[in-house]
Design a protein around this ligand. Structure first.
Ligand SMILES: [Fe+2]
Length: 418
């Protein structure tokens, strides 16, 4: 029998129910009623709860349908395990039958973690993948979770992962399993209007990097064939379905992120950014993200940077490193971000992708390289060591990546020529 060593199969999975539109949040009572639950917990942060009417409007809309709804607003930005534990303590034994993650990626991620650890109590290291944790499989389905993002970036609303900080290992880690994917998503551009420009910028760059990394992830047909279908990884590698989504997301972000940053009330820009972030999320949660995200974890953790800033500062130097693996795709990224590539060789055109990203970071007032956020050459060996711990992500790199390669990429990311 002809026995292929590489896998020639990919799966495409996402949230079964996504509602998009201006004012879609007003229908939350109807959406919760369909779940046939009697008590839900709305997980959000203090800023959203105290400065906006959104959580109370969501609560009211649910209660009008005769369903109990409570709010927990203890979500931390870039949540640590200790803040997640507070949420678990709050929710434990209260009989919530569904959860609503309302806010940025931190709120949606914390809602996923509370859902998991109240359904299947365990030590956090049990579910973290090796070499850091035991990589235990989640025993079964968790409770329904509705995600209502108020930023346009993380893709957490469609992802099977939550990310938490672990001070004891000085890094962030992701826990990933299909069961963790929200069951419903409500995308309402009005919920993103109040995002300040710096948050619009960092979350928008996160979305762009999701699309770029999904697009350039090692193709699915270069993955080794698993012994059983069950052993296929959550991140399958780039494929024709995710490529189509990633290209559209890159194009929309290239067109609308600057506009949303400059004028938060530009509703057309907000609509397109929310859509772009969501489809980039659908792409990366199937294809995977890789090196810039792996590099961002030690950087973001050490300097308490917003996730998108940490990912963005590593982007250009990695893109240049990866051009030889996928020059056509890099050329296409450059083109979608508005670069002229006519008359250039495919390799020269590919190198324009990093130039386009550097220009965008500059226009969004984001730091120029890791030196601008306080790192110097002497920090690089430690950053490399910690990045190497993210094997789950590095495995998706389009070009095999060694310790020496990472040192060079970090070195080049200290400061970019603009
Ligand atoms: Fe991200």
């Amino acid at each position: 029998m002809y026995n292929l060593v590489v896998d020639n199969i990919y799966l495409f999975r996402t949230v079964p129910y996504i509602k998009f539109g201006i004012g879609a949040t007003d229908e939350i009572g109807y959406d919760v009623e369909k779940l046939k639950v009697s008590k839900v917990l709305i997980v959000t942060d203090k800023f959203i709860n105290e400065k906006t009417s959104l959580p109370s409007r969501v609560k009211q809309s649910i209660e009008e349908r005769g369903i109990k709804a409570e709010i927990w607003d203890g979500v931390e930005p870039e949540p640590s395990y200790s803040s997640v534990k507070e949420g678990i303590k709050f929710a434990k034994d209260k009989g919530y039958e569904a959860f609503i993650g309302l806010g940025g990626g931190s709120s949606i991620d914390t809602a996923k973690a509370i859902n998991l650890f109240t359904t299947y109590p365990a030590d956090v290291y049990d579910y973290i993948g090796p070499p850091i944790g035991k990589g235990m499989k989640i025993p079964g389905p968790v409770k329904p979770l509705i995600a209502i993002p108020t930023t346009a970036g993380t893709g957490s609303e469609v992802s099977p992962v939550f990310v938490i900080s672990l001070p004891e290992i000085k890094s962030k880690v992701g826990i990933s399993a299909d069961e963790l994917r929200p069951t419903q998503v409500i995308l309402d551009p009005l919920n993103t209007i109040s995002m300040p420009p710096n948050v619009t910028a960092s979350t928008g760059i996160d979305a762009l990097m999701h699309a770029i990394e999904a697009y350039t992830a090692k193709p699915y047909y270069t993955r080794l064939k698993p012994k059983t279908p069950l052993e296929r990884p959550v991140y399958m590698g780039s494929n024709p379905t995710t490529d189509t989504l990633a290209e559209k997301a890159i194009e929309l972000i290239g067109k609308y992120l600057r506009r949303a940053f400059v004028n938060g009330y530009d509703l057309e820009a907000r609509c397109n950014m929310l859509l772009a972030a969501n489809i980039a999320g659908i792409a990366f949660t199937n294809a995977g993200v890789h090196v810039p995200h792996a590099m961002s974890f030690p950087i973001g953790y050490r300097k308490h940077l917003p996730h998108g800033v940490a990912v963005g500062v590593c982007g250009p130097s990695f893109l240049d490193f990866a051009v030889p693996a996928l020059p056509e795709k890099h050329a296409r990224i450059a083109q979608l971000l508005g670069e002229k590539i006519d008359g250039l060789s495919i390799f020269e055109a590919g190198l324009k992708a990093s130039e386009a990203l550097i220009k965008l970071l500059k226009d969004l007032n984001l730091p120029n390289g890791i030196s601008a956020v306080g790192f110097s050459e002497k920090d690089i060996p430690e950053l490399v060591e910690d990045t190497l711990k993210q094997q789950r992500l590095l495995a998706q790199s389009p070009r095999p990546i060694s310790k020496q390669d990472l040192e060079q990429i970090f070195l080049k990311s200290l400061r970019y020529e603009v």
